[in-house]
Write a protein that binds this ligand. Structure first.
Ligand code: OSB
Ligand code: MG
Length: 402
């Protein structure tokens, strides 16, 4: 494919707090410059899943400059291709060599235009979503709206002010230690617990959690660690009154999930397998799930996430917003999505302190009385990026101009 060429230079900008809140009257916004940062941040505790253990969180942060405003995006592709085939390094390649050259110099009106510009690049939803987040942020700022208000424009009720959240707990060294971690998070005020499972770390764990915490909403996430032959394992969980079982089977599979679903009592949720509204339509047609975990990055961004929201509402699916251990930049945009009316189940959106000791942007806190986080109301994402901290955790940085 042919892509526009652009200037690339490595910059070092002066440390300052980046704010870009001003209302403009011009509708069309020229995309003038994009800064890309590959960051690496230590997690407060290691995060274990069926696909691996993570202690250090790599991500890309993107700053899009237009008409005196800055829109921020986070690419949640991580160190290794365990959750998705994308990594921070493949996303850097796709963004810097294809996506950014395609959008630089374009006249932006609304975020919905972006997918049309990017559709010559197949796949790579996590890379695309970083750019889309920045485009939603910058256009919301232009319109004098919060990200949530802009996203919620089609819905008469507008965005919710607070969204229900839970905590996702990685695999631990023992079941007893897992019970301690659950107790700690319940103490902090989290009202929904998600436990990561994998073969050999499932029925006993879930049984112990249910009996130790009889009234707590508990769900399990397998991250694709099982096959249809394991149906008996999921049947053994039938009487534990689980909120749901997330992505038990193949990471691209929809068909086998439709075969498993009628064999078990727990509601079935898809995460990895849903990359688009078309995938969601297929899952609905095959009755493969009761619930969808909507991660904007996995579906190329907020526009498609909202399409899936609308489809889910129309077909009475359960819906919630998933997480990828985001920094404050990504978390603000997750909260905006979760403020839409159809997201009625608690999201994997925890307080900053659950992930990072020192984040690169505004911290978020749990409202312990109702296990919610307050949706930012300032223009765009409504956060401040701490440029000193961003620079301190940056491994590689590049700026792209026309
Ligand atoms: O499957 O939902 C998942 C984190 C990284 C990759 C995949 C997943 C997760 C989580 C963490 O469960 C959710 C969070 O951000 O708290
Ligand atoms: Mg998941």
């Amino acid at each position: 494919m042919k892509v526009a060429s652009c200037q690339r230079l490595v910059i070092s900008s002066k440390p300052s707090l980046a704010t870009s809140h001003q209302k403009l009257t011009t509708k069309t916004m020229k995309i003038e410059r994009i800064d890309l940062y590959h960051i690496s941040m230590p997690l407060v505790s290691p995060f274990g899943t069926s696909f691996g253990m993570q202690q250090q969180r790599d991500a890309l942060i993107l700053a899009l400059h237009s008409e005196g405003l800055i829109g921020w995006g986070e690419c949640v592709a991580t160190n290794d291709p365990g959750y998705s085939y994308e990594t921070a390094v493949t996303a850097w390649h796709i963004l810097s060599d294809f996506l950014i050259p395609t959008v630089l110099g374009q006249n932006l009106e609304e975020p919905e235009q972006l997918s049309g510009w990017l559709n010559k690049v197949r796949g790579h939803p996590l890379a695309k979503a970083a750019l889309e987040q920045a485009v939603w942020d910058v256009t919301a700022q232009r319109d004098g709206l919060s990200f949530a208000q802009k996203l919620a424009q089609p819905y008469p009720a507008g965005p919710r002010e607070r969204v229900k959240v839970g905590v996702s707990i990685g695999t631990q060294p023992s079941i007893a230690q897992t019970m301690d971690v659950i107790a700690k998070h319940l103490d902090e005020g989290y009202g929904r617990i998600k436990l990561k499972i994998k073969p050999g770390w499932d029925v006993k764990l879930a049984w112990q959690a249910r009996h130790t915490f009889p009234d707590v909403p508990i769900m399990l996430d397998a991250n694709s660690a099982y096959t249809l032959d394991d149906a008996v394992i999921f049947q053994a969980l039938d009487d534990l009154d689980l909120l749901m079982i997330e992505q038990p089977l193949g990471y691209e599979d929809i068909y086998d999930h439709s075969k498993l679903r009628p064999q078990i009592k727990s509601p079935l949720c898809l995460d990895e397998s849903i990359h688009s509204a078309d995938d969601a339509r297929l899952a609905i047609a095959l009755q493969a799930c009761d619930i969808i975990n909507v991660k904007p990055a996995r579906v190329s961004g907020w526009t498609e996430a909202r399409n899936i929201h609308d489809l889910g509402v129309a077909h009475e699916l359960g819906l919630w917003v998933g997480g990828m251990l985001e920094t404050g930049v990504g978390r603000a945009a997750q909260l905006a999505l979760a403020s839409l009316p159809g997201f009625t189940l608690p999201g994997d959106i925890s307080a900053t302190a659950r992930y990072y000791e020192h984040d690169i942007a505004t911290s978020f806190f749990l409202n312990a009385e109702d296990s919610t986080i307050t949706v930012p109301t300032g223009p765009g994402l409504g956060i401040e990026v701490d440029m000193n901290r961003l620079k301190a955790v940056t491994l590689r940085e590049e700026t792209f101009t026309l």
